[in-house]
Design a protein around this ligand. Structure first.
Ligand code: NAP
Length: 515
């Protein structure tokens, strides 16, 4: 079993009970008592806090970190050992002791530990870097035969996670208890994969702002978004590669779809720095480790071109339209580690349109369409529409970009000022105009809209943009950006799982995220 452990920084022993109760109610399966935060640490106080924690019915780890290992304990070493000894006597289930203590001649807890039922976690932390001698540190920990070896280091790059994941995998295979964590935002996957790989625990915070190390997610998020209770050794792994990625809605959407359809999958946020080598190393690293069971990746800004290049260089199968668009937003990895690349952005836009209009893709060929914008989203939409014979005119602030895109897909182009002669059946906003926080902006003045038009805004935050509100007011048919997002996620889900996506649920999850 991998425990979901919540660190409690105890300052006032009289308030410990409340925090402990909240942690257990939120779903903590283990408590880490950080005794070094006590305002007045003494053996009697420690005994009281440990007893209160044990009454909550979850296993208790006692830790009293010194400043030289990232903690807050201000006293000397012999006082610290007294506090740790008091925690053992009060019935702590696990004692976390720093590796360096075993080189300290004054360390005097060995006899007490041998005679008690308290188990030992030997830990080593590096808050600055991923140490080059990580394996040696692990060997030194194992020499002391602890119940659990713990290594935590600071990650600066997503590829640093592999050191932690390899340690968990190897130690678990050898039947040894292990915790290996990459701290920092880049290290979030080392926390989320702990259960799949059989680590002893992963940490989660009581709520935002109560993290004991950077990169910790809340217990609520671990349980509700990241499917804690459903992850096991057989779980297939998926994720979204982008930068920045913390605010991506894809993990909430895809994990909810896994839960709804009973698919044993876990979808992770993957903050990959915007450099081709980092992207290539990361995807290679995932595929090389077959035991991670990574089966699919969503790819977003700024990596879609790297993804296309990756598929080409690894001789993977490439969807022809993805090749034409010049961007891959979905990578599928088969049992043999072979990759294939797709673009579901254009499919998402086309499906949003055809679904709202109750038509087939072929019927798009009769719709005179104005696409505003010539960036990445416009490119996918123009490619999709052109593929089905739709006559498109591209309007853009930078006319040269509109011209380039129009030449590629055999469309017309014009400047934004020419929108005054707009006479399209379908109007698509593929710019960021109207997006939060500048929600009072619109790409097309209300007087140019007509009741007979279909107005499709790719912007999804807010869901009802000014453009859509004004179009609706005159009675035009409107399609929002959530429909496009949800349809592209749905196409991805089907590529990932081979199952039909629960479209209604995806939309509901997205609407909740956007509130
Ligand atoms: P992009 O590549 O940066 O392109 C932005 C486009 O907006 C360009 O054509 C740019 O014109 C135009 N633009 C930006 N600010 C403007 C302004 N103040 N006045 C006139 N034109 C302006 O961005 P993208 O990746 O295509 O994304 C565009 C939007 O699509 C995003 O903002 C997002 O809201 C939406 N989106 C929707 C989904 C979905 O699934 N619904 C997914 C991704 C993105 P220039 O060429 O002149 O700079």
């Amino acid at each position: 079993m991998t425990y979901l452990a919540v660190p409690i920084k105890v300052v006032d022993p009289d308030q410990a009970g409340v925090a402990l109760g909240q942690a257990v109610d939120a779903g903590a399966e283990m408590i880490e008592l950080r005794l070094d935060f006590l305002a007045h640490p003494d053996p009697q106080t420690v005994c009281k806090v440990v007893t209160t924690a044990r009454e909550k019915g979850k296993p208790v780890i006692a830790a009293c970190r010194p400043p030289w290992e990232g903690g807050s304990f201000a006293g000397d070493e012999s006082t610290r050992y007294q506090i740790l000894g008091a925690a053992v006597k009060a019935g702590a289930d696990y004692l976390d002791i720093e590796l360096a203590c075993f080189d300290n001649p004054s360390f005097n807890l060995k006899n007490l530990l041998v005679s008690s039922s308290c188990k030992v976690i030997i830990s080593n932390h590096d808050f600055d870097i991923k140490p080059a001698d990580l394996t040696d540190r692990l060997k030194n920990i194992i020499l002391h035969n602890p119940t659990v070896s713990k290594l935590a280091f600071r990650s600066h790059n997503i590829n640093d996670n592999f050191a932690a994941l390899d340690i968990i995998y190897e130690q678990n295979k050898a039947g040894r208890g292990v915790i290996a964590l990459a701290m920092g935002q880049a290290g979030v996957i080392s926390r989320l994969l702990a259960r799949k790989l059989g680590a002893f625990l992963t940490f989660a915070s009581l709520s935002e702002g109560f993290e004991s190390a950077e990169g910790q997610l809340t217990v609520k998020k671990m349980r509700e978004t990241y499917r804690w209770d459903h992850v096991n050794a057989h779980t297939s792994i998926f994720g979204v590669i982008g930068f920045p990625i913390a605010h991506s809605m894809s993990p909430a959407v895809h994990n909810a779809a896994f839960s709804e359809t009973g698919f044993n999958g876990l979808y992770l946020p993957m903050p990959v720095e915007p450099a081709k080598e980092v992207f290539f190393d990361y995807v290679d690293g995932l595929i090389k480790r077959k035991w991670l069971d990574v089966r699919g990746l969503s790819v977003t800004i700024p990596h879609k071109q790297f993804a296309l290049e990756y598929i080409r260089q690894r001789h993977g199968k490439l969807e022809p339209l993805a090749q034409k668009i010049g961007a891959v937003n979905t990578i599928i990895i088969n049992n043999c580690g072979e990759v294939s690349g797709y673009n579901t952005d254009y499919a998402g836009a086309l499906d949003a349109l055809t679904e709202a209009l109750h038509i087939g893709r072929k019927e798009l060929e009769n719709m005179r369409t104005a696409v505003i914008g010539a960036g990445g989203v416009a490119r996918a939409i123009v490619a999709g529409l052109s593929e089905y014979g739709c006559p498109v005119t591209i309007y853009n602030r930078t006319v040269a970009k509109a011209q380039r895109l129009a030449d590629e897909f055999d469309c017309n182009y014009a400047s934004l000022s020419e929108l005054r002669d707009l006479s399209a059946d379908l109007l698509v906003n593929a710019t960021s105009i109207g997006m939060y926080p500048a929600i009072v902006a619109t790409p097309v003045p209300a007087e140019l809209l007509r009741k007979e038009m279909v107005v499709f805004d790719s912007v999804y935050n807010p869901i009802k943009t000014k453009l859509l509100c004004e179009a609706k007011q005159i009675g035009a048919k409107i399609i929002d950006g959530v429909s496009m997002f949800v349809n592209q996620a749905s196409a991805q889900f089907e590529l990932f799982t081979g199952r039909k996506a629960p479209l209604g649920l995806l939309r509901k999850v997205m609407e909740i995220q956007l509130k």
